[in-house]
Design a protein around this ligand. Structure first.
Ligand code: SAH
Ligand code: DHB
Ligand code: MG
Length: 217
């Protein structure tokens, strides 16, 4: 696969379209220094999340899967004054790194990290949220989608990361729980009249994967 070319193109476009961003760079450095895996969304994808949140006019955002707070910062920056973001994270260590990164971004009053299994903590939340970013354990995507719908309103946007998985999405014999998760999600959306959705395949510095964007009717 042309992974070098994909990364070079990401570098070219972000170099032109994104001003240098010491806060986001610092969030990635601190995540690396803290031993977190390098699996945050790419800069291009982070910017897309911010643009989607602005397009949706989001005032309340729910993120599932915080890691070091890189996507959290992109999303929180889209919020207007008084807007709020809640991010659900299983790992206390990831949450600690994320909170420090969020504080360094000046967003502590906007973005809150809640520690615990998101499959449970999501059930304690009160909706509606205007935008959901589902990016935690992939086997649980169907559960997160079901709960996102419960916590949504007509017009809410649901974005799901890592749904193509180098094409493994279409392997109907896969036993990989992650693949089963993204396949089940597509079946659920197909059977759900409340959702209007598309899956976009992506290549870039994060390899070959994809995003699902679903609008609640
Ligand atoms: N959204 C982040 C990346 C998230 S990586 C970004 O783009 O910057 C996935 C995160 O989900 C990891 O931090 C992992 O600890 C967390 N996670 C995995 N299973 C989880 C669960 N059951 N509940 C909450 N968080 C979970
Ligand atoms: C993994 C998780 C992600 O959210 C991602 O974007 C890439 C990889 C993972 O758990 O391996
Ligand atoms: Mg992801």
């Amino acid at each position: 696969m042309e992974t070098k070319l994909w990364s070079d193109v990401d570098e070219y476009t972000t170099g032109l379209l994104f001003p240098k961003d010491p806060v986001l760079d610092a969030a990635l450095s601190a995540s690396e220094a803290g031993g977190l895996p390098p699996i945050a969304v790419s800069p291009s994808q982070g910017k897309l999340l911010m643009l989607l949140a602005r397009l949706a006019g989001a005032k309340r955002i729910l993120e599932i899967g915080t890691l070091g707070g890189y996507s959290t910062i992109w999303l929180a920056r889209a919020l207007p004054t008084g807007g709020r973001l809640i991010s659900l994270e299983y790992s206390e260590k990831h949450a600690e790194v994320a909170r420090a990164n969020i504080a360094h971004a000046g967003l502590s009053d906007v973005a809150e990290v809640r520690v615990g299994d998101a499959g449970e903590t999501i059930q304690q939340l009160e909706g509606p949220f205007d935008l959901f970013f589902i990016d935690a354990d992939k086997k649980s995507i169907p559960h997160y989608l079901e709960w996102s719908l419960k916590l949504s309103r007509p017009g809410s946007l649901i974005v799901v990361d890592n749904v193509v998985r180098e094409g493994a999405l279409i392997d109907d014999r896969s036993k990989d729980p992650n693949v089963l998760g993204v396949r089940r999600m597509h079946d659920m959306i197909a059977a759900e009249p409340r959702l209007s959705a598309t899956t976009i395949q992506t290549v870039g510095s994060k390899g070959y994967d994809g995003l699902t964007v679903a609008l609640v009717n």
